[in-house]
Design a protein around this ligand. Structure first.
Ligand code: SF4
Ligand code: MG
Length: 333
């Protein structure tokens, strides 16, 4: 059974210009101990999906239009704020790109760990303090018994990210949501943090949802990948399926636009031309239509649904639709 199941989720925002349909019909599952990467360009709905799971989106503006987010068989979208506070931090931990926005600058780092342990796990302050020191040690912060009494600004960027991981994992959550956790860090620290996440996952069995635009990070750490475009899932599969047998033109475009280690100097990068559609008025057909070099007439008028390509690789593209294979749909557009 899945630990988390996002079922047909649609989320929109009220803006002055109208209703922005940020997430449209997104479904995926996360099993216990699994690491799922959600990838796509900025504005594709990956962060909105993550923040929906935590119900962290600004209340009067957000509209959870449709769908369910089942965690341990309970729909998080139906939970009251009070119940969600218990879920956040205790059952589901979070780490963000910028630790300074989520660490409390006026509180000792250790107290921020202690707070969660006392609140969610009913530990005494004394025991919680010991666990906080241990948590800092676990994430590789040296002299944790002194560091525990320091403020976030006394930590370096990499140490703050480690501290945030310590806070997120202190209550031993079943799921960790990591939104661009290493984007703001330099490459060496980035590698250390990813290594740390892998190590902690092996020790604790926490499932991870990793949100990133960095496919290198995905290749390094994920089991499965969800590719999002314009608020929708366009392809989903194992890391190998996505990297070696991707079928969606957008996925191929993403892969062609990032540098690879095995590139020689004659290879060039191919950015995807054009821009994503306006989500105030999303296209009725395939969202990638305007940028796709394989686009056909059917793509403009009918939305392709995710279809199993075999071996649980799912692709939403008319080129790979079972019907297109049968009828040999004209590709000249
Ligand atoms: Fe391109 Fe059509 Fe496939 Fe969309 S459905 S990605 S437009 S070929
Ligand atoms: Mg984001």
């Amino acid at each position: 059974m899945a630990l988390l199941e996002v079922r047909d989720l649609s989320v929109s925002f009220h803006t002055y210009a109208g209703e922005v349909q940020a997430v449209r019909g997104v479904s995926f599952t996360v099993s216990k101990g699994e690491t799922i990467g959600i990838v796509g360009e900025s504005g594709c709905g990956k962060s909105v999906t993550a923040q929906s799971i935590m119900k962290l989106l600004p209340e009067p503006l957000v509209n959870y239009k449709h769908g369910q987010i089942l965690f341990n068989d309970q729909d998080l979208l139906q939970k009251e704020e009070k119940a969600m506070q218990q879920v956040r931090g205790n059952d589901i931990g979070m780490i963000f790109q910028d630790p300074m926005t989520s660490l409390n600058p006026t509180m000792h780092v250790g107290d921020q760990i202690v707070e969660g342990l006392v609140k969610h796990q009913g530990l005494s302050h004394r025991d919680a303090h010991e666990r906080a020191v241990e948590a800092l040690r676990l994430v590789g912060i040296s002299q944790p018994d002194e560091r525990v009494r320091q403020y976030p600004h006394e930590f370096s960027g990499g140490m703050r990210q480690r501290a945030m991981i310590a806070i997120a994992l202190a209550c031993r959550p079943k799921l960790l949501l990591a939104d661009e956790p290493t984007t703001a860090l330099d490459v060496t620290i980035q590698a250390q943090i990813l290594e740390l996440m892998k190590k902690l996952q092996a020790q604790t069995g926490t499932a991870i949802i990793l949100i990133t635009h960095d496919l290198g990070v995905v290749a390094d750490i994920c089991d499965r990948v969800v590719v999002m475009y314009a608020g929708e899932v366009v392809e989903m599969g194992t890391v190998d399926q996505i990297f070696y047998t991707s079928k969606h033109p957008y996925t191929s475009g993403l892969l062609a636009s990032v540098p690879r280690l095995n590139m020689n100097r004659h290879d060039s990068l191919h950015p995807i031309m054009g821009t994503p559609p306006d989500l105030l008025h999303p296209p009725v057909g395939c969202s990638f239509f305007a940028r796709c070099s394989y686009a056909m007439e059917v793509c403009r008028v009918h939305k392709p649904l995710l279809e199993d390509q075999g071996d649980h690789q799912y692709t939403a593209c008319w080129l790979h639709h079972p019907l297109a294979q049968q009828t040999g749909t004209d590709r000249s557009g």
